[in-house]
Design a protein around this ligand. Sequence first.
Ligand code: SF4
Length: 316
Amino acid sequence: IVSLVALGFDIEKGHIYFQYENKKLRDLAFEIGTKTIFSELSAIYGFQGDVKIAHMISVLVQNADILQPQLREYGGPKPTVIPVGVDQDPHIRLTRDIASRMRMFLVEKRLDDKNKTKRMDFKPTYLERGVLDAIREKLKEEGYSTEEHTFHIDISNVQDVRALERIVRDVEFEHRGYGFFLPAATYHRFMQGLTGGKMSSSVPESYIALTEPPEDAAKKVLQAKTGGRVTVEEQKKLGGLPEECTIYELLMSHLIEDDAQVKELFEECKSGKRLCKACKAQAAELMFSFLKRHQEERERAREVLMQHEMYKEWFR
Ligand code: SF4
């Protein structure tokens, strides 16, 4: 948390929480559990009969993590973007399904023969008392022509589906519904470890911790696996393999912000103009300065957190 704040997280605008002490999150997870079945989790995560219940609950809690920003306490439904690792894709898809299931209504665009009719579906099993009357009234007020069926309402003069969705969501929210937007996500790929392959806490040379001494981190960079050739001559002739190089990955992902500079570096490596010894020395130096600066920032961040009503408890 200290590093997060040191890296620029604004505690006045953002919110940090521990799952175990967040009652709203646990309540939401519980409700999500009423919309999720075992065979679904089993199909996604491979759960068998011997899986612990707590393991299944942890999935629901993570679904709740994703939907939590849309709770009433945080301003209600809103579009959200969740940054996750690529391996978390099934998790995001499951949460999107759940968000949809937790809606009272589903607006679906259906075209008739003349390509005109739009239809709104609703889920009658999850309606609070009075919701349907409120939705009828609102649609009438907004000038929509409706035709009611047992499980859906046809609306024939929809110009803007989003406007209709907004109306439906507002009514749902006023009647204690969630009105969730489906969460979106950005997918992030993993960096390989400095020794090649995966980073592992049992192989300290494979990763750099934000709290480790900058000189030690710089040494690790100097010893990291590169995409260089066996000899300098070969590298000058054939060029290096930045796609396989941990140093390039480090420079690209963390140490050089300017994309044009990263591109130039890539091309220099490919063409054999750039050699690994100098390249590693540059990366080691950048890593050293970054960590030194970051660790000074951490001290400042700790003071900020200690003075903050909500977070000072954690530093007692
Ligand atoms: S020159 Fe740099 S980027 Fe290219 S392989 Fe060597 S260390 Fe990696």
